[in-house]
Every structure is written in C-alpha cells, then in structure tokens.
Design a protein around this ligand. Structure first.
Ligand SMILES: Nc1ncnc2c1ncn2[C@@H]1O[C@H](COP(=O)(O)OP(=O)(O)O)[C@@H](O)[C@H]1O
Ligand SMILES: [Mg+2]
Length: 674
C-alpha cells in the first residue's frame, strides 16, 4: 500500500535534488576540490546516510540559489535588463570569470553554502528548547532537566538502523533528528539491564513501533526471542525471516492449538518449590481475592493433586485436565488412592501432607473453588495444549531460537496458564545459566506485548532484578501503568518499574501514566518573555487600534522582559495531547529524550521481512495430528452418600477429626453415635 505522505516527501526531495544538482553544477565544475572536501566533511561528520544527504542537499541548494541570485543580479546590473532568459537560469555561468556577475555569484555561493549547512528549521523540543522556549543553562535553581541531544546519549546509545554484529541491536525507542536511537544501558559504567517498560494507549504503535522493531534489533545481535503475540500476526510476519537467519522457531498457540507445540506444566514442575509456584500461579491468577483462607485451601488441594498425578498416573494422564477430573471423584476414592500411593512409596511425603491438609477441613469448598479456577482447561483446545510435553523451555538460552506465544483476542481467562508458562520459562533459563557459569550461552530477550494479559508471574520482581547478569532482557508493554499495580500491588509494581532503566511513553491519555511520566521528566529552566503594555494617559482608543501589531503599528508603550522560569518538560495534559508521532523516553543516567516514533517498515530489514512473511500460521507451524486427551478412569463404586455431608454441616462445615489428624471413617462415627 502506498503511503501518500512518504510519496510526497520523496517527490519534494527528488525535485530539490535535481534543482540543487543543476544549479550547483557550475560550483562543482569551478571548484571540484572544494566541493569534494565539503562533501567528505559532511559525510564523515554524519554517520546516518539520510541525514548527511539532507545536509549536503541543503548546502548545495543554498549555495546554488544564492550564487545564482548573485550572478543574475550582476548580469542585470551589467546589461541593464536586456538579458536572454537562459542566462537568468544560470546557463553558461562562468564562476571564475571576472565582472560583477561572477563576483556576486561567488559571494552568493559561499553565503548560501553556509546558510544551507546551518539551517535547522524551528526547533520545538530539542536539547536547547522546551516547547520552543530556549533553555537557560545557567539557572539550575529553576530546574536542571532538558531534552537530550545525540551527544547526551552517547554513553547509553548507538545511532542508526539496526545491523548485524556487536552493538548492532539494542533497544529501539525512536528517532532523534532523523537518526534511529538504539539504547544500550548495558554499555554505560556500571552497566544497567536492558529491561524496558513501554506504556501507550491502544493504537499508539506499541506493536508497530516497539515490539517489531525490537524483535528485529534482537535478531540482528543473535539474541533468542520470546514474543507475546496477541493475534498471531507477529509469528506470520517474523517467523520466516527469523528461520532464514538460522533461528529455530516454536509456537505456543493458545488461540489455535492445532498449530502449536504442546506444553504440560504438571510434568514441567520438578520439585516442591515449583509445584507450589505452579499451584499458586494457577489459583491466584484466577481468583478475584488473592489471599485468604479458601484460596490457600485451593492451592493446597491443587498441589496435592499435582503430586498424585505426577507419581501415580501414566504421563499421558498427568495433566491439568485430569486434575479437574479428579476433583469429581468421591472423596473416599481419592483418599484411598493417596493412601495407597503413599504407603507404596510412590507419593512423596510432601504430597501426602498436602492431601491430608486439604481434606482436614472444608474439603467441599476447596473442591468447588478449585474446579471453578481451573475450569479454563475444560475448553478442549486448552486441555489438548497442556496435555503433552513437547517444548524444552531452556532451549532458548542454549541456541538461537524464537518462541511466539500466540494469544486469542480477549485472553483474560488464560492468565493462570500464561503466568505459569512464563514462570517456568524464567526458572529454566536461570537453571541453565547456573549450569553455564552464571550466564546464558545465548542471551534471550522477552518482548511481552499486552503484558497485563499474562497475569501475575510468581517471583517476577526477583527475576527482573537479577536477570541482567544472566543475559536475560525483559521488555514489557502496557496500556497504562495502573495495569501493573492491579496485578502486582503497589510496592511490587514500583519495584518492577525501578528495575526498568528504559521507560517509554508512546502516547495515550491514561491519567496515572501521564502523571507518572510528567513527574519523572522533571522541570527545565527556560527563558520566558513577558510583555507589558503601559497605557499612556493621552492614548485614545483610536490610537491604540492604529498602533496595534495587527495593523503593523509600532510597539510604543510595550516593554518586553526576558526572565528565567521553571517549566515542566511536559505536563500531564501535554503528554495526553502529544503529537501522535512523538514519544518520550526516560533513560536511567541520561537526560530524557523526545523522539519521533520509528515504524518497523522504515528499517532496512523490512523489505526482506515482508517478502518472506507467511500468509497464515499454518505456513509457520504445520498443523499437527489431533491430540487425544487421556483422562484417568473414574473409579467404580457407589455414588457418595449425602448423609456424610449432612454430618459435616452439623460439625460447622468441617469433617470431624480423628485423634491422628485424619478424617474419621463413617463406620467409626456410627459407632460414636454421631
Ligand atoms: N511509527 C509509525 N509510523 C507509521 N504508522 C504507524 C506508526 N506507529 C503506528 N502506526 C500505525 O498505527 C497502527 C496501530 O499500531 P499498533 O502498533 O498496532 O498499535 P498498538 O499495538 O499500540 O495497539 C499500525 O498498524 C500502523 O499502521
Ligand atoms: Mg498491539
């Protein structure tokens, strides 16, 4: 599709180039050496191709126009107006000749070249301006902040489009004066992590201007990639290109399980700590209330069932859907199974203890609560996806690989699954790093779009605060900062943010977010002009009108005063109404940056990516044979008696306890006459 704006810009650029070339020809002809030196100097000073071209063009156009104007003026003076039209256009202009036309032409050339070189246009936000007001450098009492220029970022950034090789990637945040800024907080001393938090309202370009450009940047440096892909578009776009660069591609597709690899958290959890984290992530992310007695009971029950599934059922039946099935078993049958597994040495003591704790009281409440929480696996697709174990999560730390976690639209109910998935991901990478001397063989970047849909990842604060030295980079995208506080609570959300040295705002009018960024951007000392109008006693209304600036009147009676004032770089309202193509970025240990967004299609890799892109997910991940979800057979026996429940209710909802701590058998109760 044509982008009209780009087409227009290209056309203007081409016409300007032609004009400059034509008019500057005499200059180059006359002073080839001078022109060559000027060209080289400009090119050497500017590494960015497009920008240096612009400066050269500006200088050439200025030189040519001024020179030509001087020449024409000289001609006119010499010939008193009787001049052939072609001579006006500069045809046949001999720069080195004597006489007025040549002298004036030469003077114009020099003047034009300099004005072209120094022309910048009107700056509104740059290192010397805040909203067009000039920054007052010598007034720190009014504020010390200003926008960063290129030289202010040299210690934390590289410039220009991403390219293969060392320092060719980084975190792309936007363009500064036409040059792409790639942040490298790990470049400065002491090094900082490359974690980033991006906040923007919907449609602001989170995916287009952050997620995709940064996936490209990561691939340029050979980092492994984990991408949350809210609609499956990223996998189609990037997977074939990544494959062509030698990446292994995995798809964990919660939207279309037929095009996906399977992953089974029940088999993934290896020890008590992991089983606890798994059960906690599943229950808490599905619960409105995250703590409290009943939530703890449900976590205990899920832990017990996970232990049992892992050690007493064949691997084909050890999955989350089976846990849901076990919850429908009569309590006695389940109890018997636990007892037998424990007595025969298959079930570890931790699992048995969890079970005893779960059945000690309020078992029915725990069953109904937990059934509701893991109801997400009743959906056939999700049950299938979580029923086999096919993805080795640590593979990304070992070699170049990319994993796309595809989510369906409206994936809020999948939070328990996603939080568990990412928990295990971080855990496996940490273990791999520990085995490899504290660092991953291949650095891995997580770019988590729509991070609020992932839910609360257990231990995320510890992960983000320690991941740098391992080679793990975490970059997450939110619609508003409040999403983070809602998930992690105020204290933890603050800790997560403080571990992100890159914080970018791409636009949007979320009040919490704009307030946060406005405050963090700080205040600058700027020169402000105030105007005072003194009404003279004799001045009449008519004189006032005649003297008004609208009529080009004088400024009699007006006094201008310049003073230094404190000015926020951006107020919350200004952030909310910011230019849609602008972005602001906070970089730790550097001044804040006012940027222009950079869409992925502007990158040099875009052409190749578009040419290789797949039309549908089926091309990326061939459809798999149908997975059959095997469930444990329901034990035979009489249905549970309602009598028992009545009895429990008489005991305040709790089953009476035997002296040993276990539930008292019905027969015993009968004997006791209860
Ligand atoms: N820097 C940009 N240049 C040109 N178009 C852009 C840019 N950023 C975003 N867009 C346009 O806006 C659309 C929405 O962007 P997208 O990244 O999907 O929004 P978000 O993920 O924030 O909801 C894109 O499809 C693209 O057409
Ligand atoms: Mg998006």
């Amino acid at each position: 599709m044509f982008n009209k704006n780009r087409l227009l810009r290209a056309a203007v650029f081409a016409v300007a180039a032609l004009l400059a070339a034509r008019l500057a020809l005499p200059l180059v002809e006359a002073y080839p050496l001078g022109a060559g030196v000027l060209l080289l100097a400009v090119a050497a000073g500017r590494k960015d191709r497009l920008n240096s071209l612009r400066v050269i063009l500006g200088a050439a156009l200025g030189a040519a126009l001024f020179g030509w104007a001087g020449h024409a003026l000289g001609q006119l003076a010499g010939s008193r107006g009787s001049l052939a039209p072609l001579a006006w256009l500069g045809w046949g202009w001999d720069v080195k000749a004597d006489g007025w036309p040549a002298v004036l032409g030469r003077a114009g050339l020099v003047l034009g070249a300099f004005s072209g070189l120094t022309y910048k246009g009107k700056a509104v936000h740059d290192e010397r301006h805040v909203h067009g007001l000039e920054v007052a450098a010598g007034s720190p009492e009014k504020g010390t902040r200003r926008w960063a220029g290129e030289s202010d970022l040299a210690h934390v950034a590289e410039f220009g489009p991403p390219r293969e090789g060392r320092f060719g990637g980084g975190t792309i945040v936007g363009k500064l004066k036409g040059r792409i800024v790639r942040l490298y907080p790990d470049k400065c001393r002491p090094p900082l992590p490359q974690h980033a938090c991006v906040v923007a309202g919907t449609g602001a370009g989170k995916t287009y201007s952050f997620v995709i450009p940064n996936a490209i940047a990561a691939a340029c440096e050979g980092e492994s990639l984990v991408l949350t892909d809210p609609k499956g578009e990223l996998a189609c776009l990037l997977a074939p290109w990544l494959k062509s660069k030698g990446y292994k591609v995995y798809v964990f597709n919660l939207a279309y399980p037929q095009w996906s690899s399977c992953w089974n958290p029940v088999l993934e959890a290896r020890d008590d700590e992991e089983i606890t984290a798994f059960a906690t992530a599943i229950v808490q992310n599905a619960a409105a209330d995250r703590s409290g007695y009943f939530v703890m009971k449900e976590i205990q029950l899920l832990k017990a069932l996970t232990y049992l599934l892992r050690c007493d059922f064949p691997p084909e039946q050890a999955h989350l859907r089976s846990a849901l099935s076990l919850l429908s078993w009569p309590q006695e049958a389940l109890d018997e199974r636990f007892e037998r597994a424990y007595r025969e040495g298959r079930l570890p003591q931790e699992g048995y203890e969890e079970w005893r704790g779960a059945v000690s009281s309020n078992y029915d409440n725990a069953v109904s609560g937990l059934s509701a929480k893991i109801n997400v696996v009743r959906a056939e697709g999700v049950a299938k996806l979580l029923s086999r174990h096919e993805i080795d999560l640590s593979v990304l730390g070992r070699e170049r690989a990319a994993l796309f976690c595809v989510l369906p639209i409206g994936s809020g109910h999948l939070k328990p699954v996603l939080a568990t998935f990412y928990y295990f991901f971080f855990k496996r990478l940490y273990q791999l790093a520990a085995e490899c001397g504290g660092r991953l063989p291949n650095p891995t970047r997580f770019i988590l779009d729509e991070f609020a849909n992932v839910g609360e990842i257990p231990g995320f604060v510890e992960v983000i605060s320690t991941a740098r030295s391992l080679g793990v980079r975490i970059q997450f995208v939110l619609q508003g900062l409040k999403q983070l506080t809602d998930i992690y609570g105020f204290a933890e959300a603050e800790a997560v943010m403080s571990n992100c040295p890159i914080q970018t705002f791409l636009g949007g009018d979320d009040a919490t977010t704009t307030k946060y960024f406005s405050q963090r951007l700080g205040d600058a000392a700027v020169w402000a002009t105030s105007e005072r109008v003194s009404r003279r006693a004799a001045a009449s209304a008519a004189w006032e009108f005649l003297n008004s600036p609208a009529l080009g009147g004088g400024r009699a009676g007006r006094t201008e005063t310049k003073s230094v004032v404190r000015r926020p770089l951006m107020t919350s309202e200004e952030l909310a109404g910011m230019d849609p193509m602008a972005a602001v970025c906070l970089v730790r240990w550097a001044l804040p940056v006012y940027l222009t967004k950079v869409g992925w299609e502007e990158l040099p890799q875009a052409r190749e990516i578009r040419a290789l892109a797949a039309r549908s997910l089926s091309e990326v991940c061939p459809a798999r044979p149908d997975v059959k979800v095997e469930l444990p057979p329901v034990p035979e026996g009489p249905p549970p008696e309602p009598k028992k429940r009545d009895r429990q209710e008489r005991h305040g909802g709790r089953p009476p306890l035997a002296p040993g701590g276990g539930a008292v058998e019905d027969a015993e109760l009968e004997e006791l006459g209860i």
